[in-house]
Design a protein around this ligand. Structure first.
Ligand SMILES: Cc1cc2nc3c(=O)[nH]c(=O)nc-3n(C[C@H](O)[C@H](O)[C@H](O)COP(=O)(O)OP(=O)(O)OC[C@H]3O[C@@H](n4cnc5c(N)ncnc54)[C@H](O)[C@@H]3O)c2cc1C
Length: 592
């Protein structure tokens, strides 16, 4: 067995960004174009980052199809998030949206077009005109491959701006100095097993989500919550992790996503009686109600025996009436997914679908500039110097308790750009790197060495699969006090088992088993944060549907959860109800 070297090389940058998805590459572009020396690390080739899978669109009130404005977008986002989102951040995002979308257009992003040459926009769940009056077309789309178009556009611009990419490099842990400031990361080159310290004046986490803590997920295998794991191990809190979005239309049995854009283009959900059941649950928005609402309605239909198939365990998504020509033009990938994953020709047969884990609303807490913030102990919060978080791993919080479709791609570019601008404004070129602590790599290396030398009897995949099964079982679409309490117990047992994992063939060369073992440490932190936070929240809000506490409780629970790994401790912080310039949107009953 080859031991990991103790003295490891160091490279110095102005900024290190962990993650080459939409958020990481939007931030790196801002920095590299300003002349900063920027390193971007990614576990996969940048254009294979999970953003590439985004299908339906990016939200912006361009008003190309009918009247629209940022204020209506803001209202939909606040209401869609069940009033848990911070209204200052939401106002900022919705106001910035048209600007960042036009910027992407000017970067060369190939959006679909209207006959007059403007960007085509489709309807999406929860997008309305005039404060909920009727659906509006706000999702700017590049067919059903919007994320692919976005990511390739950003990658090309970054290559031109001379961003340094470290491809198939996995960040292991943060380096913090005696003041608690972040001064870089320790990373592992996956191919060779060599480690390096990437020293930086600013570190930005853009590591994406952790959908792989659940068994049935629309997320890529690399979405193991590494940013959250690294933050938790560094003593930082995770915010609102109880809120996980189930997307209504994952292909039954496969989990692969069918974009909400299908319903935007006119697709409808039907039960075993052939009934368009969403008309009963959401008379105005019907199939285009927000995702938490549609997922719960589907679950209800299945529970009440109106599910489809031999096991009555799914419903059907019917596109047939849209017509073959529109489907081929606007939804070509969906046609392919129907063939490959459900064995149906979607122009002739409906697609079997079930609610499937899709997106985490929570993450590493940040302010509006993307700076990571922690509580001070007196109700105020302070910035962690040198550390930012953006994209799905961050919680600004613009999505509150439930994200609206197309608001994630928007979040990536708005806050990726904002974080980039904030870093640029600090004139990093004029500043020295803070000295690295002597034991900079010690924590990460001892974790790695521990795994390398472990003779434990647990297999990494067994523990990872059991985490996924437990989260799926105890923390699903509908939750109860008993299930969540049992879930906490199970996840804590798995945390113990995780300490005894070992894997075969510890050679220094490319070793996916080593990477999976390292990812396991991140999966468990994210799972603990989720189940402990969910167990504590005794109300139903957005994606957190608690059968024993079926109502939203604004008096006691309109607050953000902060979970700390040490001791599984919880704290709470106030929701920012005051927007930047307009009146507060006061909580109301959520009907659609
Ligand atoms: C199937 C699907 C369809 C979607 N469609 C839409 C849509 O139409 N509209 C919308 O708004 N949203 C959509 N979403 C959500 C949206 O795509 C994601 O939330 C978003 O792309 C996440 O982007 P990100 O930049 O945060 O991270 P990602 O794109 O997930 O990138 C994460 C990056 O971090 C890197 N990384 C992770 N850990 C490490 C580590 N330890 N070391 C080094 N690198 C690391 C990865 O390699 C990757 O480069 C969709 C999601 C899914 C699953």
């Amino acid at each position: 067995m080859a031991a990991i070297k103790s003295a490891i090389p160091t490279r110095r940058f102005d900024a290190v960004i962990v993650g080459a998805g939409g958020s990481g590459m939007r931030a790196s572009l801002q920095l590299a174009e300003a002349g900063l020396n920027v390193a971007v690390l990614s576990k996969v080739f940048p254009t294979r980052s999970h953003t590439v899978a985004a299908q339906g669109g990016i939200g912006a009130s361009l008003g190309n199809m009918s009247e629209d404005n940022w204020y209506w977008h803001m209202f939909d986002t606040v209401k869609g998030g069940d009033y848990l989102g911070d209204q200052d951040a939401i106002e900022f995002m919705c106001r910035e949206a048209p600007k960042v979308v036009y910027e992407l257009e000017h970067f060369g992003m190939p959006f679909d077009r209207n006959p007059d040459g403007t960007i085509y926009q489709r309807p999406f769940g929860g997008h309305t005109a005039n404060l909920g009056e009727k659906p509006v077309q706000r999702a700017c789309a590049a067919a059903d491959r919007t994320g692919h178009a976005l990511l390739h556009t950003l990658y090309q611009r970054n290559v031109r701006a001379r961003t340094h990419f470290f491809v198939e490099w996995m960040a292991l842990d943060l380096v913090r100095d005696a003041d608690g400031d972040v001064v870089g990361v320790v990373a592992l080159e996956m191919e060779t097993g060599e480690c390096m310290i990437l020293e930086a004046k600013t570190t930005i986490f853009a590591t994406g989500g952790a959908g792989r803590i659940f068994a049935a997920s629309t997320n890529a295998f690399i979405n193991t919550g590494d940013g959250m794991g690294m933050a938790a191990r560094a003593g930082l809190p995770l915010q609102d992790m109880e809120f996980w979005q189930f997307h209504p239309t994952g292909v039954s049995g496969a989990g692969v996503l069918i974009t909400e854009g299908v319903r935007g283009e006119g697709g409808i959900l039907i039960n075993s009686n052939g009934e368009r059941f969403m008309e009963r649950y959401a008379p105005t928005l019907k199939d285009l109600a927000p995702r938490d609402f549609v997922s719960r309605s589907m679950d209800q239909e299945i529970k009440e025996g109106r599910g489809c198939g031999p096991n009555k365990d799914h419903v059907l998504l019917d596109l047939r009436h849209i017509g073959s020509e529109t489907i081929q033009k606007r939804l070509p990938s969906i046609l392919e997914i129907g063939h490959k994953f459900a064995n149906v020709d979607a122009t002739k047969e409906p697609i079997p679908v079930v609610p499937t884990i899709h997106y985490q609303m929570g993450g590493i807490p940040t302010n509006i500039h993307g700076q990571v913030v922690v509580p001070n102990g007196d109700g105020s919060q302070k910035v962690v110097n040198g550390l930012y978080a953006i994209g799905e791993c961050a919680c600004v919080s613009v999505h509150g308790a439930n994200r609206l479709g197309t608001n994630s791609l928007l979040d990536l570019v708005v806050f990726g750009r904002a974080a980039g601008n904030h870093v640029v404004a600090q004139n990093l070129k004029q500043k020295e790197n803070k000295p690295l602590p002597k034991d900079a790599a010690e924590f990460a290396m001892s974790r790695l060495n521990g795994l390398e030398t472990s003779t434990g009897s647990e297999r990494v995949q067994d523990v990872a699969n059991d985490i996924r099964a437990a989260m799926q079982k105890y923390c699903g679409v509908f939750r109860t006090d008993d299930m969540l309490a049992k879930g906490v117990e199970e996840i804590m047992k798995l945390d113990e088992r995780r300490k005894h994992v070992s894997y075969k063939d510890k050679s220094m060369v490319f070793n996916t088993a080593r990477v999976e073992a390292l990812e396991l440490d991140n999966l468990i932190e994210t799972a603990k944060a989720t189940i402990v936070s969910a167990n504590a929240r005794k109300e139903s809000r957005g994606a957190h549907a608690q059968d024993d506490h079926p109502k939203r409780d604004d008096e006691n629970w309109m607050k953000h959860t902060l979970w700390f790994s040490e001791g599984n401790r919880l704290e709470y912080k106030a929701v920012v109800t005051k927007p930047l310039t307009v009146e507060t949107f006061k909580p109301k009953a959520r009907t659609f």
